[in-house]
Design a binder for this molecule. Structure first.
Ligand code: HEC
Length: 124
């Protein structure tokens, strides 16, 4: 009887280990961004995020954050937060709503690759 109990515990441990492993592999499959793919998607963003002085003047003058050189995960997470409604800016929300996780990861990598040493890139 004791050995039966032991067997049960061992089985449970094995199940736990298997679950933990499947959790890990799910994590490993997290979308991986590509700066090159992102380059084909930034046309959605440059109308606002690449204007001289990062200042839009319609309908009101407002500041648009500069994205070039930002951390890729920060950008992807910000976009996800707009999509989920955790961040409220209406324009960014509607733009982020149209993006897939892959798009967000690609855009993050693209912008992360634009550093201070690439100042004349019109797509920054
Ligand atoms: C219509 C203008 C407009 C367009 C187009 C636009 N954005 Fe934005 N974006 C803004 C403004 C304004 C903010 C600041 C909003 C706020 O304060 O939450 C912003 C904020 C952001 C932020 C958060 C930055 C930070 O430092 O917190 C990210 C990331 C971002 N935009 C990415 C993008 C990407 C990627 C695209 C293209 C898919 C895009 N935006 C298209 C106007 C725009």
């Amino acid at each position: 009887m004791i050995s039966m109990k032991k067997h049960l515990i061992l089985t449970q441990l094995a199940v736990c280990a298997a679950l933990a492993l499947s959790g890990l592999s799910a994590h490993a499959q997290d979308v991986k961004g590509s700066a090159q793919a992102g380059q084909g998607k930034v046309w959605l963003c440059t109308g606002c995020h690449a204007i001289p002085d990062y200042r839009a003047d319609y309908p009101l003058i407002y500041r648009v954050p500069m994205l070039g050189g930002q951390n890729a995960a920060y950008i992807a997470n910000s976009l996800a937060a707009y999509k989920k409604g955790e961040r409220k800016h209406p324009t960014m929300r509607s733009i982020a709503a149209s993006l897939s996780d892959q798009d967000m990861a690609d855009l993050g990598e693209y912008y992360a690759a634009q550093t201070a040493s690439s100042p004349n890139n019109p797509l920054k």
